[in-house]
Design a protein around this ligand. Structure first.
Ligand SMILES: Cc1ncc(COP(=O)(O)O)c(C=O)c1O
Length: 290
């Protein structure tokens, strides 16, 4: 949903919302076969009505629904209360597998991923990024009966870099460190993140800007707006001041602080109190000039 598989939401095509090729598609690339786009549907995240309509019309053609738990790539919005439970129920009703994309949130947000925070367990989950502390590794996990298909050789999962020993060792080491650090490790990081978020909000208000922070442990976004709550990427882009965000990012960069694209912040376990203070100071200076 939303930009997980690339393309932009075709809001005009209620009946066939497949990913569109358009100028506003950040993943636009030449040479993409049109029919591959028609093999998937792209619908807005956090809109249970859109999913219901899609499944009513095309549920029998859909194998799997892939979505983020929090919309990290769309501005950091949280799922509406009851949304994920309703998604799961609809998937069950239409025989569609539910796959959570925890590429950003897996292991970073909590050892059990974002799904452990919301309490909804999907049929499948995909992981990447933090799973191996920065080394290239991606993984898929899920229900035993689905994975039995690999064991029975009904489905092939071959690949040049499968089980690449260096990445596997990095993944194991990362997971052991996260497990051994336990809840304290996450609590310490979450505490620093809370300081960073409130420091950024205070710096903004002191310079006369409205700023909201949206996200979850380990990953949040800053938006120059007073509007709260915001539930969708469309709501965020309609309300947040993109020009200010761009100038803020540039002002931070000039002081050696790199903010992620899309106004994103990733809060690592290596962060210190001093890092947070230096970042908030840099943000305060940047806020004065935007
Ligand atoms: C939420 C999300 N899903 C999937 C991907 C793609 O993952 P990969 O680079 O492993 O294909 C990304 C970005 O890299 C992402 O941010």
């Amino acid at each position: 949903m939303d930009n997980v598989i690339g393309g932009v939401v075709n809001s005009a095509a209620n009946d066939l919302p497949y990913p569109l090729i358009s100028d506003s598609d950040p993943f636009y690339t030449e040479g993409r076969a049109e029919h591959t786009l028609e093999e998937s549907f792209l619908i807005p995240w956090n809109d249970i009505g859109a999913l219901r309509t899609l499944l009513e019309n095309h549920g029998n053609k859909i194998a799997v629904l892939i979505m983020e738990v929090f919309n990290s790539n769309g501005g950091g919005a949280s799922p509406r209360p009851g949304y994920l439970e309703a998604v799961q129920q609809l998937c069950k009703q239409y025989g569609v597998l539910l796959c959570f994309d925890e590429i950003i949130t897996g292991f970073r947000t909590a050892i059990g991923g974002a799904q452990s925070i919301v309490g909804v367990t999907p049929d499948l989950t995909i992981f990447g990024k933090a799973i191996a502390g920065g080394m290239p590794l991606a993984a898929i996990a899920g229900r035993k009966d689905i994975f039995d298909l690999f064991r029975q050789n009904k489905v092939i999962g071959a690949g040049t870099f499968n089980a690449f020993p260096v990445s596997m060792a990095a993944g194991l080491a990362t997971i052991r460190m996260l497990e051994n650090g336990g809840l304290e490790l996450y609590a310490r990081r979450n505490n620093l993140q809370a300081k960073l978020e409130s420091g950024l909000r205070k710096a903004a208000h002191a310079a006369g800007h409205d700023l909201v922070t949206l996200g979850l442990p380990g990953n949040f976004c800053t938006h120059f707006t007073a509007r709260e709550p915001m539930w969708t990427s469309a709501e965020i882009s309609a309300n947040a001041d993109a020009g200010k965000a761009m100038r803020f990012r540039q002002g931070l960069r000039e002081q050696g602080v790199l903010q992620g694209l899309g106004s994103r912040w990733f809060v690592s376990f290596a962060l210190t109190d001093e890092d947070v203070e230096a970042t908030v100071d840099a943000a305060a200076r940047a806020m004065e000039r935007i």
